[in-house]
Design a protein around this ligand. Structure first.
Ligand code: HAM
Length: 433
Protein backbone atom coordinates (compact mmCIF):
# COMPACT_ATOMS: atom_id res chain seq x y z
CA UNK A 1 0.00 0.00 0.00
CA UNK A 2 1.31 3.45 -0.88
CA UNK A 3 2.47 5.60 2.05
CA UNK A 4 -0.20 8.23 1.22
CA UNK A 5 -3.10 5.74 1.35
CA UNK A 6 -1.82 4.17 4.58
CA UNK A 7 -1.93 7.50 6.41
CA UNK A 8 -5.64 7.94 5.75
CA UNK A 9 -6.72 4.78 7.55
CA UNK A 10 -8.13 5.68 10.94
CA UNK A 11 -7.65 2.96 13.55
CA UNK A 12 -10.93 1.29 14.56
CA UNK A 13 -11.71 1.98 18.22
CA UNK A 14 -13.89 0.22 20.76
CA UNK A 15 -17.57 1.22 20.88
CA UNK A 16 -18.56 4.03 23.31
CA UNK A 17 -19.38 2.65 26.76
CA UNK A 18 -17.49 -0.61 26.15
CA UNK A 19 -13.90 -1.26 27.15
CA UNK A 20 -11.06 -3.72 26.91
CA UNK A 21 -9.90 -5.31 30.14
CA UNK A 22 -6.18 -5.93 29.87
CA UNK A 23 -3.64 -7.76 32.03
CA UNK A 24 -2.60 -7.20 34.75
CA UNK A 25 -6.08 -5.72 35.61
CA UNK A 26 -7.77 -8.95 34.49
CA UNK A 27 -5.93 -10.72 37.34
CA UNK A 28 -8.14 -8.91 39.87
CA UNK A 29 -11.30 -9.76 37.86
CA UNK A 30 -10.30 -13.42 38.00
CA UNK A 31 -9.71 -13.25 41.76
CA UNK A 32 -13.14 -11.61 42.32
CA UNK A 33 -14.80 -14.29 40.15
CA UNK A 34 -12.94 -17.13 41.92
CA UNK A 35 -13.95 -15.81 45.33
CA UNK A 36 -17.58 -15.43 44.19
CA UNK A 37 -17.68 -18.99 42.84
CA UNK A 38 -16.18 -20.30 46.08
CA UNK A 39 -18.73 -18.50 48.26
CA UNK A 40 -21.70 -19.38 45.98
CA UNK A 41 -20.73 -23.03 45.82
CA UNK A 42 -20.36 -23.13 49.60
CA UNK A 43 -24.07 -22.20 49.67
CA UNK A 44 -24.85 -24.93 47.11
CA UNK A 45 -25.39 -22.65 44.11
CA UNK A 46 -24.39 -24.14 40.73
CA UNK A 47 -23.51 -22.28 37.55
CA UNK A 48 -25.92 -21.65 34.69
CA UNK A 49 -24.84 -20.09 31.36
CA UNK A 50 -27.50 -18.56 29.14
CA UNK A 51 -27.11 -16.77 25.78
CA UNK A 52 -26.49 -13.02 25.59
CA UNK A 53 -29.08 -12.84 22.78
CA UNK A 54 -32.74 -13.30 23.62
CA UNK A 55 -36.08 -12.58 22.02
CA UNK A 56 -37.07 -8.99 22.81
CA UNK A 57 -40.43 -10.09 24.21
CA UNK A 58 -38.64 -11.79 27.13
CA UNK A 59 -37.52 -8.47 28.62
CA UNK A 60 -40.60 -6.54 27.62
CA UNK A 61 -42.76 -9.00 29.54
CA UNK A 62 -40.52 -9.41 32.62
CA UNK A 63 -38.52 -6.21 33.20
CA UNK A 64 -41.60 -4.27 32.06
CA UNK A 65 -42.62 -2.28 28.97
CA UNK A 66 -42.60 1.04 30.86
CA UNK A 67 -39.22 0.75 32.62
CA UNK A 68 -36.16 2.84 31.67
CA UNK A 69 -34.34 -0.35 30.70
CA UNK A 70 -36.94 -1.37 28.12
CA UNK A 71 -37.96 2.08 26.84
CA UNK A 72 -34.51 3.68 26.58
CA UNK A 73 -31.64 1.31 27.17
CA UNK A 74 -31.94 -1.96 25.30
CA UNK A 75 -29.85 -2.90 22.27
CA UNK A 76 -32.66 -4.25 20.12
CA UNK A 77 -32.42 -5.10 16.44
CA UNK A 78 -34.28 -6.97 13.81
CA UNK A 79 -32.59 -10.17 12.73
CA UNK A 80 -32.41 -11.10 9.03
CA UNK A 81 -35.60 -13.13 9.38
CA UNK A 82 -37.37 -10.12 10.95
CA UNK A 83 -37.37 -11.53 14.47
CA UNK A 84 -36.76 -8.85 17.14
CA UNK A 85 -33.70 -9.74 19.24
CA UNK A 86 -32.12 -7.98 22.22
CA UNK A 87 -28.69 -8.11 23.86
CA UNK A 88 -29.64 -9.02 27.41
CA UNK A 89 -29.83 -6.03 29.78
CA UNK A 90 -29.97 -8.42 32.77
CA UNK A 91 -30.08 -12.17 33.32
CA UNK A 92 -32.88 -12.95 35.79
CA UNK A 93 -35.41 -13.14 32.94
CA UNK A 94 -33.06 -15.45 31.01
CA UNK A 95 -32.56 -17.73 34.01
CA UNK A 96 -36.32 -18.04 34.53
CA UNK A 97 -36.83 -18.61 30.79
CA UNK A 98 -34.26 -21.44 30.89
CA UNK A 99 -35.84 -22.86 34.05
CA UNK A 100 -39.19 -23.08 32.26
CA UNK A 101 -37.76 -24.22 28.91
CA UNK A 102 -35.88 -27.13 30.48
CA UNK A 103 -38.68 -28.13 32.83
CA UNK A 104 -36.47 -27.76 35.92
CA UNK A 105 -39.69 -27.36 37.94
CA UNK A 106 -40.52 -31.00 37.28
CA UNK A 107 -38.49 -32.24 40.25
CA UNK A 108 -40.43 -29.95 42.57
CA UNK A 109 -37.28 -28.90 44.43
CA UNK A 110 -35.43 -25.67 44.95
CA UNK A 111 -32.93 -24.60 42.28
CA UNK A 112 -29.99 -22.42 43.24
CA UNK A 113 -28.24 -21.02 40.19
CA UNK A 114 -25.46 -18.49 39.65
CA UNK A 115 -24.07 -16.79 36.57
CA UNK A 116 -21.47 -14.28 35.50
CA UNK A 117 -21.16 -12.44 32.23
CA UNK A 118 -21.71 -9.32 30.14
CA UNK A 119 -24.98 -7.34 30.09
CA UNK A 120 -25.85 -4.43 27.79
CA UNK A 121 -27.66 -1.17 28.55
CA UNK A 122 -27.40 1.99 26.51
CA UNK A 123 -26.89 4.36 29.44
CA UNK A 124 -24.76 7.50 29.57
CA UNK A 125 -21.26 6.20 30.35
CA UNK A 126 -19.49 7.51 33.44
CA UNK A 127 -17.34 6.12 36.27
CA UNK A 128 -18.82 2.73 37.21
CA UNK A 129 -21.41 2.87 34.41
CA UNK A 130 -20.87 1.22 31.06
CA UNK A 131 -22.92 0.10 28.09
CA UNK A 132 -21.35 -3.34 28.23
CA UNK A 133 -20.95 -4.17 31.89
CA UNK A 134 -20.62 -7.40 33.82
CA UNK A 135 -22.82 -8.98 36.44
CA UNK A 136 -22.29 -11.80 38.89
CA UNK A 137 -25.72 -13.04 39.87
CA UNK A 138 -27.45 -15.71 41.93
CA UNK A 139 -31.07 -16.83 41.80
CA UNK A 140 -33.10 -19.20 43.99
CA UNK A 141 -36.17 -20.67 42.31
CA UNK A 142 -38.94 -22.69 43.94
CA UNK A 143 -39.48 -21.25 47.42
CA UNK A 144 -41.34 -18.21 48.72
CA UNK A 145 -40.05 -18.70 52.27
CA UNK A 146 -38.31 -15.63 53.73
CA UNK A 147 -35.49 -17.85 55.04
CA UNK A 148 -34.32 -18.01 51.40
CA UNK A 149 -34.03 -14.21 51.37
CA UNK A 150 -32.07 -14.19 54.62
CA UNK A 151 -29.72 -16.98 53.48
CA UNK A 152 -28.88 -15.18 50.23
CA UNK A 153 -28.30 -11.88 52.04
CA UNK A 154 -26.03 -13.71 54.48
CA UNK A 155 -24.10 -15.15 51.52
CA UNK A 156 -23.65 -11.65 50.07
CA UNK A 157 -22.41 -10.35 53.43
CA UNK A 158 -19.83 -13.15 53.44
CA UNK A 159 -18.71 -12.38 49.89
CA UNK A 160 -18.31 -8.70 50.68
CA UNK A 161 -16.31 -9.61 53.80
CA UNK A 162 -14.08 -12.01 51.83
CA UNK A 163 -13.36 -9.27 49.32
CA UNK A 164 -12.37 -6.88 52.11
CA UNK A 165 -15.19 -4.39 51.47
CA UNK A 166 -15.96 -2.97 54.90
CA UNK A 167 -17.61 0.19 53.70
CA UNK A 168 -20.94 -1.14 52.36
CA UNK A 169 -24.57 -0.60 53.39
CA UNK A 170 -27.48 -2.98 52.90
CA UNK A 171 -30.80 -1.27 52.11
CA UNK A 172 -34.00 -3.35 52.29
CA UNK A 173 -37.67 -2.82 51.59
CA UNK A 174 -40.80 -4.73 50.65
CA UNK A 175 -42.90 -3.85 47.60
CA UNK A 176 -45.81 -6.08 48.56
CA UNK A 177 -47.53 -8.57 46.30
CA UNK A 178 -50.17 -8.80 43.58
CA UNK A 179 -52.87 -8.71 46.28
CA UNK A 180 -51.84 -5.67 48.32
CA UNK A 181 -49.91 -3.61 45.80
CA UNK A 182 -52.90 -2.52 43.66
CA UNK A 183 -54.41 -0.78 46.69
CA UNK A 184 -51.14 1.09 47.32
CA UNK A 185 -50.82 1.99 43.63
CA UNK A 186 -54.31 3.53 43.78
CA UNK A 187 -53.28 5.65 46.78
CA UNK A 188 -50.04 6.62 45.05
CA UNK A 189 -51.85 7.56 41.87
CA UNK A 190 -54.16 9.80 43.83
CA UNK A 191 -51.24 11.44 45.63
CA UNK A 192 -49.48 11.95 42.32
CA UNK A 193 -52.53 13.67 40.84
CA UNK A 194 -51.99 16.47 43.33
CA UNK A 195 -48.27 17.00 42.70
CA UNK A 196 -47.85 15.84 39.09
CA UNK A 197 -47.36 19.35 37.72
CA UNK A 198 -44.20 19.74 39.87
CA UNK A 199 -42.59 16.63 38.36
CA UNK A 200 -40.56 16.03 35.19
CA UNK A 201 -42.19 14.94 31.93
CA UNK A 202 -41.12 11.30 32.43
CA UNK A 203 -42.74 11.23 35.88
CA UNK A 204 -45.93 12.83 34.58
CA UNK A 205 -46.17 9.97 32.09
CA UNK A 206 -45.29 7.34 34.71
CA UNK A 207 -47.86 8.78 37.12
CA UNK A 208 -50.48 7.54 34.69
CA UNK A 209 -48.94 4.40 33.14
CA UNK A 210 -46.89 2.88 36.00
CA UNK A 211 -46.82 5.09 39.14
CA UNK A 212 -44.27 2.94 41.04
CA UNK A 213 -41.66 3.84 38.44
CA UNK A 214 -41.77 7.46 39.69
CA UNK A 215 -39.43 6.29 42.45
CA UNK A 216 -36.74 5.49 39.83
CA UNK A 217 -36.61 9.19 38.85
CA UNK A 218 -33.11 10.65 39.09
CA UNK A 219 -34.08 14.28 38.35
CA UNK A 220 -32.77 16.34 41.31
CA UNK A 221 -35.67 18.85 41.27
CA UNK A 222 -38.22 16.03 41.66
CA UNK A 223 -36.69 14.42 44.73
CA UNK A 224 -38.33 16.56 47.43
CA UNK A 225 -41.80 15.90 45.96
CA UNK A 226 -41.10 12.17 45.64
CA UNK A 227 -39.94 12.02 49.27
CA UNK A 228 -43.39 13.23 50.35
CA UNK A 229 -45.32 10.45 48.56
CA UNK A 230 -47.01 7.63 50.53
CA UNK A 231 -44.75 4.69 51.50
CA UNK A 232 -45.49 1.21 50.25
CA UNK A 233 -44.44 -0.31 53.60
CA UNK A 234 -47.54 1.26 55.17
CA UNK A 235 -49.82 -0.65 52.79
CA UNK A 236 -48.50 -4.23 53.02
CA UNK A 237 -51.10 -6.92 53.73
CA UNK A 238 -50.55 -9.10 56.85
CA UNK A 239 -48.76 -11.90 54.90
CA UNK A 240 -46.34 -9.50 53.21
CA UNK A 241 -45.72 -7.69 56.48
CA UNK A 242 -44.97 -10.98 58.23
CA UNK A 243 -42.66 -12.02 55.40
CA UNK A 244 -40.76 -8.74 55.68
CA UNK A 245 -40.54 -9.02 59.46
CA UNK A 246 -39.11 -12.54 59.15
CA UNK A 247 -36.41 -11.19 56.80
CA UNK A 248 -35.41 -8.27 59.02
CA UNK A 249 -35.47 -10.45 62.17
CA UNK A 250 -33.26 -13.01 60.36
CA UNK A 251 -30.77 -10.29 59.48
CA UNK A 252 -30.66 -9.09 63.09
CA UNK A 253 -30.18 -12.69 64.32
CA UNK A 254 -27.16 -13.03 62.10
CA UNK A 255 -25.80 -9.60 62.99
CA UNK A 256 -26.11 -8.37 59.43
CA UNK A 257 -26.56 -4.59 59.52
CA UNK A 258 -29.32 -3.15 57.33
CA UNK A 259 -31.31 0.03 56.78
CA UNK A 260 -34.96 0.05 55.76
CA UNK A 261 -35.38 2.23 52.67
CA UNK A 262 -39.12 2.63 51.96
CA UNK A 263 -38.50 4.24 48.52
CA UNK A 264 -36.49 1.28 47.24
CA UNK A 265 -38.83 -0.14 44.59
CA UNK A 266 -36.04 -0.93 42.03
CA UNK A 267 -36.27 -0.19 38.33
CA UNK A 268 -37.70 -3.52 37.18
CA UNK A 269 -41.37 -4.50 37.22
CA UNK A 270 -41.05 -8.14 38.29
CA UNK A 271 -40.38 -7.56 41.99
CA UNK A 272 -42.69 -8.68 44.80
CA UNK A 273 -42.09 -8.45 48.54
CA UNK A 274 -38.38 -8.13 49.50
CA UNK A 275 -36.21 -5.74 47.51
CA UNK A 276 -32.66 -4.76 48.44
CA UNK A 277 -29.54 -2.97 47.32
CA UNK A 278 -26.05 -2.80 48.70
CA UNK A 279 -24.18 0.44 48.23
CA UNK A 280 -20.49 0.99 48.68
CA UNK A 281 -18.78 4.06 50.09
CA UNK A 282 -15.78 3.27 47.87
CA UNK A 283 -17.78 4.13 44.73
CA UNK A 284 -18.77 7.59 43.50
CA UNK A 285 -22.18 8.61 42.16
CA UNK A 286 -22.85 5.09 40.84
CA UNK A 287 -22.69 3.58 44.31
CA UNK A 288 -25.08 0.61 43.88
CA UNK A 289 -22.78 -2.36 44.12
CA UNK A 290 -25.59 -4.88 43.76
CA UNK A 291 -29.35 -5.17 43.82
CA UNK A 292 -32.05 -7.74 43.81
CA UNK A 293 -35.21 -9.03 45.35
CA UNK A 294 -38.07 -11.44 45.21
CA UNK A 295 -40.03 -12.12 42.02
CA UNK A 296 -42.77 -14.57 42.92
CA UNK A 297 -44.87 -13.82 39.80
CA UNK A 298 -42.13 -13.80 37.15
CA UNK A 299 -42.30 -17.45 36.02
CA UNK A 300 -46.03 -17.07 35.36
CA UNK A 301 -45.48 -13.81 33.47
CA UNK A 302 -43.20 -15.83 31.19
CA UNK A 303 -45.72 -18.62 30.63
CA UNK A 304 -44.34 -21.06 33.20
CA UNK A 305 -45.89 -22.66 36.27
CA UNK A 306 -46.14 -20.51 39.43
CA UNK A 307 -42.58 -20.48 40.81
CA UNK A 308 -41.44 -18.03 43.47
CA UNK A 309 -37.93 -16.69 43.12
CA UNK A 310 -35.36 -14.51 44.87
CA UNK A 311 -32.02 -13.28 43.61
CA UNK A 312 -29.28 -10.72 43.26
CA UNK A 313 -27.06 -9.25 40.58
CA UNK A 314 -23.74 -7.72 41.56
CA UNK A 315 -22.19 -5.14 39.22
CA UNK A 316 -18.79 -6.72 38.67
CA UNK A 317 -17.22 -3.57 37.20
CA UNK A 318 -18.19 -1.74 40.41
CA UNK A 319 -17.17 -4.66 42.61
CA UNK A 320 -13.68 -4.66 41.09
CA UNK A 321 -13.47 -0.86 41.50
CA UNK A 322 -14.45 -1.16 45.16
CA UNK A 323 -12.00 -4.01 45.74
CA UNK A 324 -9.21 -1.97 44.14
CA UNK A 325 -10.13 0.95 46.35
CA UNK A 326 -10.16 -1.20 49.50
CA UNK A 327 -6.86 -2.79 48.48
CA UNK A 328 -7.48 -5.91 50.57
CA UNK A 329 -7.30 -8.38 47.71
CA UNK A 330 -4.30 -8.71 45.45
CA UNK A 331 -4.12 -10.56 42.19
CA UNK A 332 -1.36 -13.20 42.27
CA UNK A 333 1.80 -11.78 40.70
CA UNK A 334 2.43 -13.49 37.41
CA UNK A 335 5.65 -15.29 36.82
CA UNK A 336 7.17 -18.04 38.96
CA UNK A 337 10.41 -18.56 37.04
CA UNK A 338 12.40 -17.02 34.23
CA UNK A 339 14.90 -19.27 32.50
CA UNK A 340 18.06 -17.44 31.45
CA UNK A 341 20.12 -19.70 29.20
CA UNK A 342 23.40 -18.97 27.43
CA UNK A 343 25.25 -20.88 24.70
CA UNK A 344 23.84 -23.22 22.05
CA UNK A 345 24.48 -26.31 24.19
CA UNK A 346 22.20 -24.96 26.96
CA UNK A 347 19.16 -24.34 24.77
CA UNK A 348 17.92 -27.95 24.64
CA UNK A 349 18.14 -28.59 28.42
CA UNK A 350 16.63 -25.13 29.13
CA UNK A 351 13.53 -25.76 27.00
CA UNK A 352 13.14 -29.21 28.54
CA UNK A 353 13.26 -27.69 32.03
CA UNK A 354 10.68 -25.05 31.00
CA UNK A 355 8.34 -27.79 29.83
CA UNK A 356 8.80 -29.82 33.05
CA UNK A 357 8.06 -26.80 35.27
CA UNK A 358 5.04 -25.76 33.20
CA UNK A 359 3.63 -29.28 33.41
CA UNK A 360 3.77 -28.88 37.18
CA UNK A 361 1.63 -25.76 36.89
CA UNK A 362 4.38 -23.18 37.40
CA UNK A 363 4.27 -20.06 35.28
CA UNK A 364 7.53 -19.94 33.31
CA UNK A 365 9.06 -17.67 30.65
CA UNK A 366 12.07 -18.52 28.50
CA UNK A 367 13.99 -16.40 25.98
CA UNK A 368 13.93 -17.25 22.33
CA UNK A 369 17.31 -18.04 20.71
CA UNK A 370 17.28 -14.73 18.82
CA UNK A 371 17.17 -12.85 22.12
CA UNK A 372 20.37 -14.50 23.36
CA UNK A 373 22.17 -11.87 25.39
CA UNK A 374 24.40 -11.36 28.35
CA UNK A 375 23.42 -12.69 31.78
CA UNK A 376 22.96 -9.22 33.25
CA UNK A 377 20.48 -8.24 30.57
CA UNK A 378 18.66 -11.52 31.08
CA UNK A 379 18.27 -10.91 34.80
CA UNK A 380 16.98 -7.43 33.95
CA UNK A 381 14.24 -9.03 31.87
CA UNK A 382 13.44 -11.42 34.75
CA UNK A 383 12.97 -8.44 37.12
CA UNK A 384 10.83 -6.60 34.62
CA UNK A 385 8.55 -9.61 34.38
CA UNK A 386 8.41 -9.81 38.21
CA UNK A 387 9.73 -13.38 38.12
CA UNK A 388 10.16 -14.86 41.59
CA UNK A 389 13.11 -16.99 40.49
CA UNK A 390 15.63 -16.94 37.67
CA UNK A 391 17.19 -20.19 36.60
CA UNK A 392 20.55 -19.67 34.97
CA UNK A 393 21.73 -22.36 32.58
CA UNK A 394 25.01 -21.93 30.70
CA UNK A 395 27.05 -24.63 29.00
CA UNK A 396 29.13 -24.97 32.22
CA UNK A 397 25.98 -25.66 34.26
CA UNK A 398 24.86 -28.28 31.73
CA UNK A 399 28.26 -29.97 31.91
CA UNK A 400 28.22 -29.91 35.76
CA UNK A 401 24.61 -31.12 35.96
CA UNK A 402 23.71 -28.22 38.32
CA UNK A 403 21.76 -25.08 37.48
CA UNK A 404 21.95 -21.73 39.25
CA UNK A 405 18.69 -20.71 40.91
CA UNK A 406 18.46 -17.05 41.89
CA UNK A 407 15.75 -15.82 44.26
CA UNK A 408 14.87 -12.47 42.66
CA UNK A 409 13.60 -10.97 45.92
CA UNK A 410 16.48 -11.81 48.26
CA UNK A 411 19.14 -12.00 45.55
CA UNK A 412 20.36 -15.33 47.00
CA UNK A 413 21.65 -17.89 44.57
CA UNK A 414 21.94 -21.68 44.92
CA UNK A 415 23.02 -24.56 42.72
CA UNK A 416 20.34 -27.19 42.21
CA UNK A 417 20.32 -30.45 40.22
CA UNK A 418 17.77 -30.39 37.40
CA UNK A 419 15.95 -33.46 38.75
CA UNK A 420 15.37 -31.69 42.09
CA UNK A 421 14.28 -28.36 40.65
CA UNK A 422 10.53 -28.84 40.61
CA UNK A 423 10.45 -29.92 44.25
CA UNK A 424 12.92 -27.16 45.21
CA UNK A 425 10.77 -24.41 43.72
CA UNK A 426 7.47 -25.80 44.96
CA UNK A 427 8.69 -26.00 48.57
CA UNK A 428 9.95 -22.41 48.42
CA UNK A 429 6.75 -21.14 46.85
CA UNK A 430 4.62 -22.87 49.44
CA UNK A 431 2.84 -25.11 46.95
CA UNK A 432 4.03 -28.43 48.38
CA UNK A 433 7.00 -30.72 47.52
P1 HAM B 1 -30.07 -4.06 38.53
O1 HAM B 1 -30.22 -3.26 39.77
O2 HAM B 1 -30.62 -3.50 37.28
O3 HAM B 1 -30.69 -5.48 38.83
O4 HAM B 1 -28.54 -4.35 38.31
C1 HAM B 1 -27.75 -4.93 39.34
C2 HAM B 1 -26.40 -4.26 39.43
O5 HAM B 1 -25.76 -4.24 38.15
C3 HAM B 1 -26.44 -2.80 39.84
O6 HAM B 1 -26.55 -2.65 41.24
C4 HAM B 1 -25.10 -2.30 39.34
O7 HAM B 1 -24.06 -2.65 40.26
C5 HAM B 1 -24.89 -3.12 38.08
N1 HAM B 1 -25.21 -2.30 36.89
C6 HAM B 1 -26.41 -2.05 36.36
N2 HAM B 1 -26.29 -1.26 35.26
C7 HAM B 1 -24.97 -1.02 35.10
C8 HAM B 1 -24.18 -0.27 34.16
N3 HAM B 1 -24.73 0.36 33.14
N4 HAM B 1 -22.82 -0.26 34.32
C9 HAM B 1 -22.24 -0.91 35.35
N5 HAM B 1 -22.93 -1.63 36.26
C10 HAM B 1 -24.27 -1.68 36.15
C11 HAM B 1 -30.76 -6.52 37.94
O8 HAM B 1 -30.12 -6.55 36.91
C12 HAM B 1 -31.58 -7.68 38.43
N6 HAM B 1 -31.51 -8.75 37.41
C13 HAM B 1 -31.08 -8.17 39.77
C14 HAM B 1 -31.83 -9.37 40.28
C15 HAM B 1 -31.42 -10.65 40.26
N7 HAM B 1 -33.03 -9.35 40.84
C16 HAM B 1 -33.38 -10.59 41.15
N8 HAM B 1 -32.40 -11.40 40.79
Amino acid sequence: MAEEARKKIEPVRSVKGTRDLLPPATGLWQRVEEESRRVFEAYNFREIRTPVLEETALFRRSVGADTDIVTKEMYTFEDRDHESLTLRPEATASVVRAYIEHGLFNDGGIHKLYYMGPMFRRERPQKGRFRQFYQIGAEVLGSDHPSVDVELLEMLALLVERLGLGNSTLLVNSVGCARCRPEYVKVLKRALEGVKSKLCADCQRRAVTNPLRVFDCKVEADQATIAGLPRILDYLDPECRQHFEFVTAGLRDRSIAYTIEPRLVRGLDYYTRTTFEMTSGALGAQNALMGGGRYDGLAEMLGGPPTPGFGVAIGEDRLVLAVEEAGALRAAVGLDAYIAWMGDGAYGPATKLARDLRREGLSVEIRRPTDAAKLKKSLGVASKLSARYSIIIGEDEVAKGRYQVKDMTSGQQEEVEPARLVAYLKVRMGTGG
